[in-house]
Design a protein around this ligand. Structure first.
Ligand code: HEM
Length: 143
């Protein structure tokens, strides 16, 4: 028997159900996180339902091109009390969630998009960064 433990084959993100699983799993971790949880509790006053719906629409638009998200992602973050530590933790939890649940091209895209958007957000907030190619996901989705 081989000593190399094979990673179980996971499916890729394919439909709205998968998006909901990704979003709900990720925000359950965020909610319990000592750094990120309080930021959300203050901003959305414990009202997670609407935020989760918005986030499902956002990732559905990013990854499945459904056009369900209509909003301005950047402006929502500019006044939050967040710095690079928050982004780093947000990304660690997000990438870990994707890797635990899915595998494939769309899953890779989710991770890449999240990283790009986090970088641009930090840049717009005045934090320094290395790679600042705009991500198309940052454009307003209101057409
Ligand atoms: C430091 C990391 C982050 C924190 C603490 C954070 C926190 C928040 C909070 C508290 C809200 C709710 C704002 C409100 O309704 O008043 C929000 C909204 C949102 N966040 Fe983040 N966020 C972070 C990073 C990101 C990243 C990297 C993305 C994209 C990949 C993202 C995408 C969104 C979107 C799409 C919304 C909804 C905006 C809308 O209402 O249209 N966030 N975030």
């Amino acid at each position: 028997m081989s000593d190399i433990e094979q990673r179980p084959q996971l499916a890729d993100i394919q439909n709205e159900e998968d998006i909901a699983q990704l979003v709900h799993t990720f925000y359950a971790k965020v909610k319990d996180d000592t750094l990120l949880g309080p930021v959300f509790e203050k901003a959305i006053a414990g009202n997670w339902g609407p935020h989760l719906d918005i986030m499902c629409n956002f990732w559905s638009t990013m990854l499945l091109y459904s056009g369900r998200y209509k909003g301005d992602t950047m402006s929502k973050h500019m006044s939050l009390p967040i710095d690079p530590r928050h982004f780093s933790q947000w990304l660690t939890l997000f990438l870990g969630t994707v890797d635990t649940l899915f595998q494939g091209e769309v899953a890779d895209n989710a991770k890449a998009r999240a990283g790009n958007i986090a970088r641009i957000m930090q840049s717009m907030m005045g934090f320094s960064l290395n790679n600042n190619q705009p991500d198309p996901g940052l454009l307003r989705h209101n057409s």
